[in-house]
Design a protein around this ligand. Structure first.
Ligand code: CAA
Length: 299
């Protein structure tokens, strides 16, 4: 079996206060269970958390005691069954429909019937993911089937999550208004701003961002400008914090390609066709910052 990364943040819904906006490093102050199939990824995540909390404490943005408490609210668990009492999950695995379907089927069978099941998908249909919560023999029209699928919602965070202010909220066809409201309250309690998008391929964010990144890659592919000049044009000419090629590396070229394939297959619109250069770079396993080689090198 292919080793996959499964990252779930679990919060106790009772501790989420609707509309909380007193934003410091951890305004929601909810206990979190963290589950990942890769021990390495867990270790990396915890090390980053320590580094960021430490930095905030050193520069006075956070009291040392608050940083310590924030860290202590996160507990690593080693199985999905450990999640049986939680109020909410946020799944953040890679952009792979089958993988997400398998996880949501298991979560629906494990979690309490009131728990919210959020997905951090960047492009895949929330409606499709919600349908995978149906248990064998359960009809989508049955009361139980409808109730379970109604608890699934898209909750799309942006990288780097501690810095980026936005969460995109996406209801599937089955999502209830209560689920949507709780998910919105959770995002606000995390100190984020919320926008809503219909459940279309890529939602608002990636239906706009990915064609932009793809055009930049095509510019490079056609030799219209160099890598550095493409990125410099957008940074200095349009005040973007990163050029599109650097941003593609930062997101991950495999993730960019997966999102573009979802957009292209979901719309059959040629404007979303991934560039051949992007496909070849992923074929070469040049995945961007995460593995050291993309449009730039990361020694
Ligand atoms: N994790 C946590 N914090 C980070 C971080 C990370 N990975 N990277 C940078 N930061 C923090 C730094 O610690 C610093 O914080 P302080 O001001 O408190 O010291 C702050 O961000 C600024 O960092 P830097 O000065 O080192 O660098 P910068 O000013 O160039 O900012 C950046 C870095 C925030 C990443 C900026 O370049 C940027 O905004 N880039 C664009 C990011 C973007 O577009 N993200 C969306 C990607 S799309 C997506 O995520 C969703 C999808 O579906 C594909």
């Amino acid at each position: 079996m292919v080793a996959v990364r499964v990252l779930l943040y679990i919060v106790d819904e009772d501790k989420v206060h609707a509309g909380t906006t007193d934003c410091n490093a951890c305004p929601a102050k909810v206990p979190v269970l963290l589950y990942d199939t890769s021990k390495d990824q867990v270790a990396k995540g915890l090390a980053l958390m320590d580094k960021l909390l430490d930095k905030d404490a050193k520069k006075g943005a956070l009291q040392s005691a608050d940083a310590k408490e924030a860290r202590e609210r996160v507990t690593v668990v080693d199985s999905l069954t450990a999640l049986r009492d939680v109020g909410m999950t946020v799944e953040a695995v890679s952009e792979n429909l089958r993988l997400k379907q398998a996880i949501f089927s298991e979560l629906a069978a494990t979690l309490p019937p009131s728990a919210i099941l959020a997905t951090n998908t960047s492009s895949i249909s929330v409606t499709k993911i919600a349908a995978s919560t149906l248990q064998p023999g359960q009809s989508a029209a049955s009361e139980e089937g409808k109730a379970t699928a109604s608890r699934v919602v898209g909750l799309h965070f942006f990288n780097p999550v501690p810095v980026m202010k936005l969460v995109e909220l996406i209801p599937g066809l089955q999502t209830s208004s209560e689920t949507l409201q709780t998910a919105r309250s959770f995002a606000l309690a995390c100190g984020k701003e919320v926008t809503m998008s219909k459940d279309v391929p890529g939602f608002v964010s990636n239906a706009l961002l990915m064609p932009f990144i793809n055009e930049a890659i095509m510019c490079l592919e056609k030799g219209i400008a160099t890598r550095d000049d493409i990125d410099k044009t957008l940074k200095l000419g349009m005040n973007h914090p990163m050029g599109p090629l650097q941003l593609a590396d930062f997101i991950g070229l495999d993730t960019c390609l997966a999102i573009q394939q979802t957009l292209y297959q979901g719309t059959a619109d040629s404007k979303y066709r991934p560039s051949v250069l992007l496909e070849r770079m992923v074929d070469a396993q040049w995945l961007g910052k995460k593995n050291g080689k993309g449009f730039y090198d990361y020694p």
